[in-house]
Design a binder for this molecule. Structure first.
Ligand code: ZN
Length: 254
């Protein structure tokens, strides 16, 4: 549908952003960000992307011991927009890109707690070695995980022309919905890169909200620029606990 695509791309320039002004309770919710859940290889270019499986398990135990309850992003959204009830100390655990260890290492730990994860899936990572295959994504969905979109190939969206921006944003949602038959309601900006034009594309593709790499609590006033809390390999349990404690006692000022 070339004509339809041209119209949609043109509309990117015209539709005003509605990213602000969301209603609902003002409570901020932490959305944690993980990448690879295993020890970094010696050759790793970005060792902080790796959180050891034992550290991950200990961090999840810390959450349980401190009264946190893990929920999906959709559950948080429904609490903001539809007054759905959230448990005490709600928290979202998101996993970016779609690494094999998110299935082999993170799933068993979360399943033991009866907690769902949120998978921000780069469509390209469904195929290669080290990524998730579709059957594993289906198992995650069966275990209660939420599937969200993280583009086709992880480009810096702010550098793309309108047609390629739309292909990456809408195309990833279409591909994941077609493959897995789930809503794919939320979007995650690759490397946290976005601008007003990118946000409009995400809204126009029908997403309900989008997550960034900006540090802080997610709030309904910024549904398309939701803050997250990145967990690094160097955090261990001590750094993890201090991040959550400082956010709950000293939340971001908006
Ligand atoms: Zn990513």
């Amino acid at each position: 549908m070339r004509k339809g695509r041209v119209l949609v791309v043109a509309a990117l320039l015209l539709v005003p952003s509605s990213a602000s002004g969301a209603e609902g309770a003002p409570h901020g919710v932490p959305i944690l960000v993980y990448h690879v859940v295993s020890a970094p290889p010696g050759s790793a270019h970005y060792p902080d992307l790796y959180v050891r499986a034992a550290d991950f398990a200990a961090q999840m135990d810390w959450l349980a011991e401190h009264g946190y309850h893990v929920v999906t992003l959709k559950h948080v959204y429904d609490s903001w927009k539809k007054r759905a009830r959230l448990p005490a100390r709600p928290i979202v655990i998101s996993f970016d890109d779609g690494y094999l260890s998110q299935y082999t290492r993170a799933l068993p730990v979360l399943r033991a707690h009866h907690w769902p994860g949120v998978l921000n899936m780069e469509v390209n990572f469904l195929q290669p070695v080290g990524g998730l295959r579709p059957w594993r994504v289906r198992r995650l969905i069966e275990a209660g995980w939420e599937l969200d979109a993280h583009t086709l190939t992880h480009p810096d969206l702010t550098t793309l022309d309108d047609a390629e921006l739309w292909r990456q944003v809408d195309g990833s949602r279409v591909a994941l919905r077609r493959e897995f038959h789930v809503p794919v309601d939320f979007f995650c900006y690759p490397a946290g890169r976005y601008d007003a034009r990118v946000i409009r594309a995400v809204e126009l593709a029908g997403f309900l909200g989008a997550t960034t790499m900006n540090y802080g609590l997610a709030r309904p006033s910024g549904l398309f620029t939701l803050d997250r809390v990145r967990i690094n390999g160097s955090d261990g349990v001590g750094g993890f606990a201090s991040k959550l404690r400082s956010l709950s006692t000293n939340p971001s000022p908006y």
